[in-house]
Structures are given as structure tokens and as C-alpha cells.
Ligand binder design. Structure first.
Ligand SMILES: C[S@@+](CC[C@H](N)C(=O)[O-])C[C@H]1O[C@@H](n2cnc3c(N)ncnc32)[C@H](O)[C@@H]1O
Length: 264
């Protein structure tokens, strides 16, 4: 499955807000007297703009962004600063830290990995004393943006082409499960949810949003242009009904789960 950094960043402001809010709670977890971190890692860093903000936040730290998409890492490397902010291609499911990490972040990335909750203990092990692991995952898999897509894929017209193969096999856990996993890994937990009412402007705004994320596996399979257009038209029509455009834009509710764990 290929990622498209340009499409993903189309709603950059809305997508970066949870990251900023996660960062606020990292500061709280680290405490007012914490010395600046020396090693910061951003797993599933995407196009690197948010990894760069980590490097701005802690300019004396060495910051590493890791992503499995070569397209994303190529885009991220535009932000690289030698010796201070670097990017590498890698799979977060098997990633090993080169040295103890003071701040480990995974924003909107873990849910792409099946059974990611099982990785939390390993991430906790990579932390330096006082280190913090912070992540955010969407919790909107039961919303129309996802259920309409799934139902359309499994409809008689499409099920033989993209019925099963486009299933990511991944999903998210309840917030309580993440909290328990942090505790079991020996971290002091801080877990919460927020629901954003994004106001998206432009025609077919929800479709354009989903094209940057949940539609990627489907689009990877629909390589024929006519087939792809037909699928997108059907899906777009259903999205317009579920998320009607209003005079000020299209309201796109989006719930997210946040989790921060600090090693004592
Ligand atoms: C929704 S984007 C989030 C990007 C960035 N963290 C942000 O918040 O803007 C998800 C990213 O996770 C990456 N990703 C998915 N599975 C991964 C894996 N197994 N290992 C590393 N990165 C992965 C994708 O390539 C993509 O760049």
C-alpha cells in the first residue's frame, strides 16, 4: 500500500491538532523540573512536519523519525537537520532503539499495525528512566466514513475485487485496554479521548480526507482508472448524504484516543 504525502497533508491543520495536544501532556508527564530529553523518536512519522516540531520543541535533542513508507520518508527528509533531526525507513512493529529513548511518540500510526497493543511493553523497555511514551489513535471505525466504505467494498459489485484484500486487519482497542497495557508495562498512565467536530471546506471534503488515510488500501488495489472513478463516485455520493455540506462547510466528527505513559 502506498502513501501519498501531499494528499495526507491536505487537512494538515486538523491532522496536526491532536499531535499538539498530545505534546502538551508529554510536558505534564515529564514534570516541570525535567531536564531536556537527549533522544526523541517519532514512530510512523509520516511526512515529517510533526517530527520537525518535536525537534523545535527540544532543540538540543537528537530526534529520529521512522516510517515504513519510502514515499513518506522521502518527503520527511526535506526537514532533516544533520545530527539533530534524521529520518529512517523502518517498521515500527520490529523497530529497536539504538539507545534509551527519552520521548517516544507514535501519532496516528499504531493502528496500522495489527496487535499493536502487544508492542507497548517493548516500547516501555526502550525508555530511559523518566522517559515518556505517547501515542494517539483514531476511534472512528464505526463512523459512516468507515462503515460506508466497508459496506461498498463488500457489495456484489465490488466484493470480488476489493471485498477482503483491502481490509487492514487492524483496528483500535478501547481506551481502557491501552491504559491497562501502559500500567502492565510499568508506566504511569494518562489516557483520554477527544471528539473533534472538524469543519472541512470544499466539495467532497470527507472523501478528500479519507483519500489520505483509510482509502489508501482500496486505491492501491483499484489500478484501473475507470474502475477507480466508478468506486469513488459511489462512495462520494454516500458520504455526501452522511455528511451533508452546509453553508459554512462539512462537519466531520472525529473521535481520537490519546495515551501517555511515564517510566518512573
Ligand atoms: C496517518 S499517518 C501519520 C503520520 C504522522 N505521524 C502524523 O501524525 O502526521 C500514518 C503513518 O504510519 C506509517 N506506518 C504505517 N504502518 C507502519 C509500520 N508498520 N511501521 C512504521 N510506519 C508505519 C505510514 O506509512 C504513515 O506515514
Amino acid at each position: 500500500m502506498r502513501w501519498d504525502p501531499g494528499q495526507y497533508q491536505r487537512y494538515g491543520d486538523e491532522r496536526s491538532r491532536p499531535f499538539v495536544e498530545l505534546l502538551d501532556r508529554i510536558d505534564v508527564a515529564r514534570g516541570v523540573n525535567a531536564t531536556d530529553p537527549s533522544y526523541v523518536v517519532d514512530l510512523g512519522c509520516g511526512p515529517g512536519n510533526l517530527t520537525r516540531s518535536l525537534s523545535h520543541r527540544w532543540p538540543t535533542a537528537e530526534t529520529l523519525g521512522v516510517d515504513s513508507s519510502t514515499d513518506m520518508v522521502a518527503a520527511a527528509r526535506e526537514h532533516a537537520i544533520e545530527g539533530r533531526l534524521e529520518f529512517a525507513v523502518g517498521d515500527l512493529a520490529v523497530w529497536q532503539a539504538a539507545r534509551p529513548v527519552d520521548v517516544l511518540v507514535a501519532n496516528a500510526a499504531l493502528h496500522w499495525v495489527p496487535h499493536h497493543v502487544d508492542l507497548i511493553a517493548g516500547f516501555a523497555d526502550t525508555l530511559a528512566p523518566g522517559g515518556v511514551f505517547a501515542f494517539q489513535v483514531p476511534d472512528n471505525f464505526t463512523e459512516p466514513s468507515h462503515t460506508l466504505l466497508r459496506d461498498l467494498r463488500r457489495s456484489p459489485r465490488w466484493r470480488d475485487r476489493i471485498g477482503a484484500d483491502a481490509d487492514r486487519g487492524a483496528g483500535v482497542e478501547r481506551p481502557e485496554t491501552y491504559l491497562r497495557a501502559l500500567v502492565d508495562a510499568g508506566l504511569a498512565p494518562d489516557v483520554w479521548q477527544s471528539e473533534y467536530l472538524h469543519v472541512l471546506v470544499g466539495a467532497n471534503a470527507v472523501l478528500e480526507w479519507v483519500k489520505g488515510t483509510a482509502l489508501r488500501p482500496v486505491l492501491s488495489l483499484l489500478t484501473d482508472d475507470a474502475e477507480r472513478d466508478e468506486f469513488l463516485e459511489s462512495y462520494a455520493a454516500q458520504l455526501r448524504t452522511a455528511y451533508p455540506e452546509q453553508d459554512f462547510g462539512t462537519v466531520f466528527p472525529f473521535r481520537r484516543t490519546f495515551a501517555v505513559g511515564r517510566k518512573s
